[in-house]
Design a protein around this ligand. Structure first.
Ligand code: SAM
Length: 385
């Protein structure tokens, strides 16, 4: 199987420059949050910074997990970037923690000159302002909903999904995988998209002339998400903006990746392309979900997943900062050997999880040697017998 996805237009100096901007804004926010809450003393014990673990045997509570992961994420990042230094259990603040006036000016100039950083900075500003709640494990989505109100929150969610540099890469990779399938199979394609949200992949595909030219190859596009509001929102958006040739092939359904099989949507052996854009890591029991998805594919079916491949903290927190505060991102059941992290996973964890669920020949984009600088990518895997 050769999906043949051309990626040279996505990975290069432009992306690196965009990500440098994201790193800068996120780095400043994290340093200020830490200073605000822990800057009163030059030294702390690790355990004073990370949340206390839940008592052994107690049921895992998602708020406690989010609290611990958020605090540990900040600590690891600050240690890895040298803003903190550790000596065993003791953690010391270094002179790199404070955000200087020059650095603040650099951030101001960046946001003023780049419209697409404005929304991101607005959310980072809220996170900084409400960091006490985040440090106690409050859901970042709830926090945004309370602060911005429902409709402004939806607008912000849509903008982040479309504007963040990593999301632009991912939705384009998803759209390219879709077009690659249309190139490989000239008729009767059934696509099941899970976690379709605002429909970023399909919206991106609509901007590609080849997708529109190959629409007759598509038989059925199942647009699904766990959130009924987003499914309805997507239905309305596509009815307003997509051509009739696409609309008449689309079905909009609520589908929870943790509640498979789903009769009528995910029948065994019925799907040619499974599209999971930035959602597979949300599955609670990933092995169960992947095994069910494997069964839904036709014999020659493909699974296409866009994901951020976990790197060391200093090269990763900037793509994880928003998601790591969401309760949905911290809900996974860990599965040592296959899944060692909540939320985004390493490429090694993905390879093991996919192999154990009988997916074969995974093509990874970009080349793994580039993941440190560009962790946002895509895996296309085939259904093994
Ligand atoms: C980070 S967003 C991915 C972006 C999305 N593809 C888009 O274009 O908006 C994750 C999406 O997955 C959905 N989701 C989360 N958990 C899910 C689950 N268990 N089953 C199905 N969808 C889920 C969320 O509602 C959200 O729309």
């Amino acid at each position: 199987m050769h999906p043949a996805i051309e990626t040279s237009d996505l990975y290069g100096d432009r992306l690196s420059a965009d990500l440098a901007g994201v790193r800068l804004l996120v780095g400043h926010t994290v340093r200020r949050i830490f200073s605000r809450h822990f800057g009163h003393a030059a030294e702390h014990l690790r355990s004073q910074i990370t949340a206390p673990p839940t008592a052994s045997g107690a049921p895992a509570d998602v708020r406690a997990t989010t609290c611990r992961n958020f605090r540990t994420g900040l600590l690891d990042y600050l240690l890895d970037t040298g803003a903190l230094a550790a000596d065993g259990e003791r953690v010391r603040i270094t002179d790199r923690l404070a955000v200087s006036a020059t650095e603040q000016e650099e951030a101001r100039a960046l946001v003023a000159g780049e419209q697409r950083f404005v929304t991101m900075q607005e959310v980072l500003g809220l996170f900084e302002q409400q960091s006490a709640q985040l440090l106690s494990g409050e859901d970042g989505i709830e926090l945004m909903r309370k602060a911005f109100g429902f409709s402004r929150m939806q607008e912000i969610w849509e903008r982040l999904t479309l504007e963040l540099p990593q999301r632009h890469v991912e939705r384009t990779l998803g759209a390219k995988a879709l077009v690659a399938r249309m190139r490989a199979q000239s008729a009767g394609i059934t696509v099941l998209e899970c976690g379709a949200g605002i429909g970023a992949v399909l919206r991106r595909a609509l901007e590609m002339p080849e997708f529109n030219a190959r629409l007759p190859a598509l038989q059925r596009y199942l647009y699904t998400d766990i959130n009924p509001f987003l499914v309805e929102w997507g239905r309305q958006w596509f009815h307003r903006n997509a051509p009739p040739e696409l609309i008449r092939r689309m079905e909009f359904r609520v589908l929870d990746l943790d509640k498979l099989p789903a009769p009528g949507v995910c029948e065994p052996g019925s799907v040619d392309l499974l599209m999971l854009d930035d959602v597979a890591h949300d599955a609670i029991d990933l092995h169960a979900t992947l095994s069910q998805l494997h069964g839904a594919l036709t014999e020659s079916g493909w699974l296409a997943m866009t994901e951020n491949f976990r790197q060391r903290p200093r090269d990763f927190l900037h793509v994880e900062i928003f998601a790591m505060t969401f309760h949905g991102y911290n809900r996974a059941r860990l599965d040592p050997g296959r899944r060692d992290h909540h939320g985004f996973m390493t490429l090694g964890e993905w390879r093991r999880s996919l192999a154990d669920a009988r997916f074969a020949a995974p093509h990874v984009y970009p080349d793994p040697q580039d993941h440190e600088r560009w962790p946002m990518g895509c895996i296309v895997a085939a259904r093994a017998p």
